[in-house]
Design a binder for this molecule. Structure first.
Ligand code: FAD
Length: 368
């Protein structure tokens, strides 16, 4: 947090808001809800083009079993439900842009700027940045960078784009195996390449992959890509060095790389906050960082006993919201109100107040 930023930059056209939430993962989304109940508005910024954080980016179709009162739902369903739940508070999303700068202004508010030139004047900031800005681990092989985004991909946006193509899929985790299985019927050919015989992916997926290999529907190579092979400037395959020391040439039109995400905090590391083990240190009463007015919730924070679970993040948002309300309105008591019974909560949620249910007159049973 550098106070020495030129004022001209800080005082440009900016969006005024109570709170900027950095990160629109499940915890950032629920933070909107908890702030909304206390009458505070929020803008959400995320470097991804879609809200949902890890849930959407890493495991959209996997089931989650430990969300209270939802015995099972997919990660995508969870995000859809959260979006529905926060709709009454009309949060504004600024997607596909990274929060790059945070400075305290002379008036005590914060100036927040994004990589796409969006500026905010915010009374408080909540960092819900998860593992940081998502940066897939890149394929480190000669010639790879020339084909990134064209024939070398780090995510699948449209599976149909890979129909009837020769594919090399790299990796041994859930994403690599899930996409290998999902594309097995559509692609012309698939060679899965993983550097060792052990997989991080679910055993059932690995077993299914070997079944498909037995059936001749795909191939598996244990090894590492050394070099991208080109023909006339187009990607034509890769040379793969196997663990037996032999280098093989594998033909392909597209290479899909699933090496996971590098856990980098990104620009958050430069905002002058106390960090511990690549996380932001917070207290457990307010979930405030070392800078008053800047809070951190969800996977990004660290405190004694921290568990990186969605459930824990939801709890943190409630306490952070109360702390933010107290920070913005010092001296004003924040009463805990139930959404079930409070007319103010009903008003903020935009729900019709239920008329009191009249007790049914007691029936007497007449004997005889
Ligand atoms: C395969 C897998 C399965 C899981 N299963 C479960 C489960 O069953 N139950 C459970 O409770 N948890 C599970 N988790 C963990 C759970 O997904 C995380 O705890 C949860 O996503 C954390 O939410 P979050 O909102 O804190 O962060 P994230 O979901 O990581 O979202 C953070 C967002 O912040 C954005 N961001 C970061 N820095 C910036 C910046 N500077 N500017 C703009 N945007 C930024 C990122 O792009 C990202 O979208 C699982 C995780 C994985 C990988």
């Amino acid at each position: 947090m550098s106070p020495d930023k030129p004022l001209s930059l800080i005082d440009g056209p900016a969006i005024d808001t109570d709170v900027v939430i950095v990160g629109a993962g499940p915890v950032g989304l629920f933070q909107v809800f908890e702030l909304g109940l206390l009458g505070l508005e929020a803008h959400l910024v995320d470097s991804l083009r879609e809200a949902g954080g890890q849930c959407i980016e890493l495991y959209p179709d996997k089931p989650i079993y430990d969300i209270p009162a939802i015995p099972v739902c997919t990660a995508r369903e969870l995000i859809a439900r959260l979006q529905e739940q926060i709709r009454p508070f009309a949060p504004v999303f600024h997607l596909g842009q990274e929060v790059t700068e945070v400075h305290r202004r002379e008036d005590g508010r914060f100036h927040v700027a994004t990589s796409r030139g969006t500026h905010f004047r915010a009374a408080a900031i909540v960092i819900a940045g998860g593992v940081g800005s998502f940066q897939p681990r890149r394929l480190n092989a000669a010639g790879a960078d020339r084909h990134e985004g064209r024939s070398i991909h780090y995510r699948v946006r449209d599976p149909q784009a890979f129909a009837d193509q020769d594919l090399i899929i790299l990796g041994g985790g859930d994403s690599a195996l899930d996409w290998t299985l999902a594309l097995a019927e559509r692609a012309r050919s698939i060679v899965l390449v993983h550097r060792r015989p052990q997989f991080r992916a679910a055993p059932a997926s690995v077993a299914r992959m070997f079944e498909l290999r037995e059936a001749g529907k795909l191939d598996f190579l244990e090894g590492q890509v050394q070099e991208i092979i080109e023909t006339g400037g187009r990607l034509a395959g890769a040379s793969v060095r196997s663990s037996d020391g032999v280098t093989r040439r594998v033909s392909a039109e597209q290479v899909l790389v699933f090496f996971g995400l590098s856990p980098k905090l990104g620009p958050i590391a430069d905002w002058g906050l106390d960090l511990s083990r690549r996380s932001i240190r917070v207290d457990t009463e307010k979930f405030q960082t070392s800078v008053p007015g800047v809070f951190a919730v969800g996977d990004i924070n660290d405190y004694a006993g921290k568990k990186k679970l969605i459930l824990s993040g939801f709890h943190e948002t409630a306490l952070a919201a109360f702390a933010i309300a107290a920070y913005l309105k010092p001296g004003e008591k924040q009463h805990l109100q139930y959404t079930t019974t409070s007319p103010l909560m009903h008003k903020r949620l935009g729900v019709a107040v239920q008329p009191a249910i009249e007790a049914e007159p007691q029936r007497r049973s007449v004997a005889g």
